[in-house]
Design a binder for this molecule. Sequence first.
Ligand SMILES: [Zn+2]
Length: 288
Amino acid sequence: MPELPETETIARDLDAMVCGAVIVGVEVRKADVLREADASGFAAALHGLTIAHVWRRAKLIVLDMRPTAAVATAPPATEPPWRVVVQPRFTGGMVVDDGSLSEADRAYVAVTLHLHDGRAVHYRDVRRLGTVALMSPERFTKYSTALGAEPLDPRLGDAEFSGLVRGSRQAIKVFLMDQKRLAGVGNIYANEALWLAGIDPSREARTLSEQESGTLREQLCAVLTASIAARGTSFRDYRDARGERGSFVEQLAAYGRAGEPCRACGRRLVGTHAIDGRSTVFCSHCQR
Ligand SMILES: [Zn+2]
């Protein structure tokens, strides 16, 4: 499931590849992924618009649209008329197709934006549990306000992070993954950050000292940043916007390594589903 680094990678790729492109056609093959618009409304809203900017919020890929200027020198409108908000969830992803994409990669395409230069941007999703929503800027602001803080936002300092942590009775691992408190962190990076910080995933969040929560924030930011640099972690379905796999899987220290030796002390890592029903892997010696 794409988390913050994977979503960030897709958004950055798309921004570099399709910013300024004009949408000349919209094809909805699987309308069940659409939210807040039906197939004809979605197509009509986007036809003729220019992709102004692609960015990430939480685990969402956001495509800001702007009116296409009739004259190249006309100033672009300041407010995007629409935002396309993509939530890949388990198996969704976005890929740019310049015509060289394989038939296998084209399978499972649910929505396609055809661009003026002949390329296409596909939303593909094997299990179709992800969504593609059409939102006005006002609607998006309301939606975004309900999501938690961005862990890599410089405004979220030690004091703010510690305030969130110490106000929660949840297990610290559950807290890290709670999208209403902290946005973008899922099972992979919660496991990794807790191993790096030496904190037992089952501990009640509010029992962390200021120092422990400072270390946790630092390690969380470090692992997210390192994974973005490696273009994310690929398990099964995740691909970046160029259709390639991320390589951070090679650097994982906890996630997916139950029963393997701890990279710090050599003891076997413990795997459990007892905390939140998800796979938790930790070292009972190094994490307290
Ligand atoms: Zn250890």
